[in-house]
Design a protein around this ligand. Structure first.
Ligand code: ADP
Ligand code: MG
Length: 475
């Protein structure tokens, strides 16, 4: 049995070839490179973790049979996975896990275990059990610090995040909670911290998880009767990034479990990074004891980017995508799309799509047309009906009461507020607005707008309410 690994593998391939469809053979077996045989372990190199998973899932039987025929009953197989473009290093990755001993894996919320060690681990179908699961961090390499543009709007959050990435668990910023409205870069920044930590300390287990995903995993773990595995899994993490924690609202059991995980990690000096679309004080439906923990470390907010930052983001994005755009086009976008970074990127992408589809050069004219359309489309959604609905929801009043002739004070006020917003946010005439909101005439609408304006100036509480409604309308 001192044949070379190449020969042994060729013998296996001969049998496999006769037993699998030729297209599968070409796809899944030809790319495999046999590396060595040692102690009856054949090491093969495969191009990706997915490849490995697929082999184990579909072809484990035939691999087992042919290999045992060549090497005897104690034959083992070992995979060496070479991943291109991996975020941590250029070293080949190796994978460690109990074949698809699926029953073991099923208990754990995250599969595709990866690790950065270079020595391949005996895995194969023969050895059951697993000491430590190596976890895919679920980080997106695009969301690096390098791609995150710094500006006034994110200075504190970014620098705190950078400090955390340099010394996870060892700064005062634990937990670090990043909050801000949608599209302002919370996920990007939180992931950047994870990527940075992992680069600096490859041995740390970093995990990014969205609060919704966490919740689903939790519910599933209860259903499958393995809540303890779930807890254990999360307690092993060194840097835990929980995105969109506001999603926990009203989910008491999930909060409770997270509370325990939080405590365990925090006490053991592990780093927690949270994001939320509101500051903790405004988070509703989250337990007090959890909220108070969120405030232990640092809460840093992200604001809408100013003009310079918007320009810098557009330039970076265009550069990363390898496109050159006239400065005036970038300026036009940066001037007109002001809310958040996601919309900014969206505008750039539509512009590129337009120009590619129509084979037109990207000119200021094209940008203007497209952006005007984009802005109109977003505006179009604000209709009188939409305004009535939001206002009624806010005051908790059935919409048909506002439509009726009732003169009850709070109904009248809701009606007036709906008219006020219809005037300021739509292009409809006073008459149209009146006829759509309770069948009133244009004079009533005018009067309503005046009343609301007066109240805004004189009544602080009322003004806050108007601000909140306006925010909801513009989401
Ligand atoms: P959020 O999680 O707050 O809703 P995201 O992190 O998903 O927002 O950001 C939306 C998009 O904007 C992403 O593609 C992100 O890369 C980009 N982005 C946000 N902030 C920045 C920034 N400061 N520099 C570069 N890109 C940014
Ligand atoms: Mg996000």
């Amino acid at each position: 049995m001192n044949n070379s690994h190449q020969e042994i593998w060729n013998n296996c391939l001969k049998v496999i070839k006769d037993n699998v469809p030729s297209i599968s053979f070409r796809t899944w077996f030809e790319p495999i490179i046999p590396l060595k045989i040692e102690n009856n372990i054949l090491t093969i190199q495969v191009p990706s973790p997915f490849f490995y998973e697929y082999l184990e899932e579909q072809y484990i039987e035939i691999l087992r049979k042919t290999l045992r025929k060549e090497l005897g009953q104690d034959a083992k197989l070992e995979y060496n996975i070479v991943m291109e473009n991996n975020i941590f290093s250029n070293k080949p990755y190796t994978i460690k896990l109990p074949a698809k001993n699926r029953s073991d894996l099923r208990n754990l919320p995250v599969s595709v275990p990866l690790e950065t060690e270079e020595t391949p681990i005996k895995n194969p179908f023969v050895i059951p059990g697993i000491k430590k699961l190596h976890i895919d961090s679920r980080l997106n390499t695009d969301y690096s610090f390098n791609n995150f543009i710094e500006g006034e709007c994110n200075r504190l959050a970014r620098s705190a995040g950078y400090a955390v990435g340099n010394k996870p668990g060892k700064t005062a910023f634990n937990p670090l909670l990043i909050y801000g409205e949608s599209g302002l870069g919370k996920t990007h920044l939180a992931q950047a911290i994870g990527i940075h930590s992992k680069e600096k300390f490859p041995e740390l287990t970093v995990l990014y998880v969205n609060a919704n995903k966490f919740q689903t995993q939790f519910v599933e773990s209860i259903r499958n009767n393995n809540k303890n595995d779930f807890l254990h899994f999360y307690q092993m993490i060194d840097v835990l990034i929980l995105d969109d924690v506001q999603e926990f609202a009203g989910k008491e059991k999930t909060q409770n479990t997270f509370f325990h995980i939080f405590n365990h990690l925090h006490q053991s000096g592990k780093q927690l990074i949270l994001t939320s679309d509101k500051p903790p004080v405004e988070l509703q439906g989250i337990e007090q004891r959890l909220l108070s923990r969120f405030k232990w470390g640092l809460n840093a907010d992200l604001q809408s980017p100013d003009y310079e930052t918007r320009m810098a983001i557009l330039q970076k994005k265009a550069y990363n995508d390898g496109i050159e755009l006239p400065e005036e086009v970038l300026e036009y976008i940066a001037t007109h799309i002001t809310n958040n970074v996601r919309e900014l990127e969206g505008a750039l992408i539509s512009l590129l799509a337009q120009s590619t589809l129509n084979k037109k050069e990207i000119t200021l004219e094209l940008a203007r047309q497209m952006i005007d359309k984009l802005i109109k489309n977003t505006r179009r959604e604000i209709s009188i009906d939409y305004i009535q609905k939001i206002v009624c929801d806010y005051f908790n009043i059935p919409i048909d009461l506002v439509q009726s002739t009732t003169r009850k004070r709070e109904i009248v006020q809701a009606r007036q507020v709906a008219m006020f917003f219809s005037k300021s946010l739509t292009k409809s005439s006073l008459a149209t607005i009146g006829s759509r909101i309770g069948g009133k005439d244009h004079a009533t609408v005018l009067h309503s707008c005046k009343t609301v304006n007066n109240l805004i100036d004189t009544d602080k509480h009322f003004r806050l309410q108007i601000d909140e409604i306006e925010k909801k309308l513009k989401v």
